[in-house]
Design a protein around this ligand. Structure first.
Ligand code: UDP
Length: 327
């Protein structure tokens, strides 16, 4: 298929682009480069443009005879979505609607969308099922849930086929070491810990040590970015007109913040100093996916099921690219 990857120069999108090429698809990337990196995508595949630019979207869809779209482009900072909600509603929601309208105008009706565990808010139970209550607790989660609803409405009204993939904690880097995570500013746990091992920061903060978990720190389901990319390829190849599929993408196993720090100590051989801090607002004690549905329906299963090999792949990237895509 001819596939447009919107946000394909970002962390997860760039790994999906590689997986699509490996599966034999033709790929075009559309990215504003506001947060993405041109160096993360193969030469000659990038069109620089913004989701707000409907004409540019239609042009790239038509010019490349696009059959299906993957939509990764979004702002992803939960705290910023709380302090500046309009920025999130405009880019994540209005931007995605713009994309759906551009697709409708050119007759392209297949889309795989990056959703998030944040649609569940603070879950009553783990593991979380796709049918669990959707109760976002921040604008970021609301924008993602709203796009899921919009896609379902486009499926009913216009025959779109869609997949919404609800990611848990994306992490790791390409196993060949060529691309990886480079967020500015960095807020995610594993890269922050590895910055300590690189001598770029003195310690890592542990946000909350009094959670109702075995060691008092938060539990998350860490899913390797290549396993996420594989889920996208499987989903886009199985889209059915007029129907939607919604899946959690996680391993089904949870690890605590302290367990992740210990895994980083083992992988890097660095002692990694820790400072204990109060809880971060809005952090649920535990987020773990039930991924039975995607395993059953798409034959997907994660290659990385524990934290240590995930950290090893991240370390291979960060230790050889201490300044990310800037070298
Ligand atoms: N976390 C932490 N210190 C940090 C960053 C994150 O203790 O400097 C914790 C955070 O509270 C959460 C987990 O690590 O329980 C994963 O956080 P991250 O920001 O990587 O992803 P999120 O779960 O927010 O999507």
């Amino acid at each position: 298929m001819n596939i447009l990857v919107v946000g394909g120069a970002g962390y997860i999108g760039s790994h999906a682009v590689r997986a699509l090429f490996q599966a034999g698809h033709a790929v075009r990337v559309f990215d504003s480069l506001e947060y993405g990196h041109a160096a993360a995508v193969p030469g000659g595949t990038l069109t620089v443009g913004d989701l707000a630019d409907r004409d540019a979207l239609e042009l790239v869809l038509r010019a490349n005879a696009i059959d299906a779209v993957m939509q990764f482009a979004a702002y992803t900072s939960v705290p910023e979505s709380v302090t500046d909600p309009a920025r999130y509603y405009k880019n994540n929601l209005v931007g995605s609607l713009n994309l759906l309208e551009a697709m409708r105008a050119v007759g392209c009706k297949k889309i795989v969308f990056s959703s998030t565990a944040a649609v569940y808010g603070i879950p009553d139970h783990v593991p979380i099922l796709e049918s669990s209550p959707k109760k976002p607790i921040n604008p970021y989660g609301f924008t993602k849930l709203a796009v899921e609803h919009a896609m379902a409405d486009y499926a009913s009204a216009f025959g779109f086929g869609f997949a919404a993939l609800r990611y848990f904690n994306a992490c790791g880097a390409a196993t060949d070491g060529s691309i990886g995570e480079d967020h500015r500013p960095e807020t995610h746990l594993i890269p922050l810990i590895l910055q300590v091992a690189l001598g770029q920061r003195q310690n890592v903060a542990v946000f909350g040590t009094d959670y109702p978990t075995p060691d008092g720190t938060c539990i998350r389901d860490y899913i390797h970015v290549e396993d996420l990319a594989d889920a996208h390829v499987r989903a886009i190849e199985r889209l059915i007109p007029g129907q939607g599929m919604t899946y959690n993408v996680g391993t089904g196993s949870g690890f605590s913040v302290r367990e992740v720090i210990d895994a980083c100590r083992r992988v890097t051989g660095h002692p990694i100093a820790v400072v204990e801090r109060p809880r971060r607002a809005g952090d649920p004690p535990a987020l773990v996916a039930s991924s039975d549905a995607i395993r059953r329906d798409l034959g997907w299963s994660p290659r990385f099921t524990t934290v240590e090999p995930i950290v090893a792949s991240a370390w291979a990237w960060h230790s050889t690219h201490p300044n990310g895509f800037e070298g």
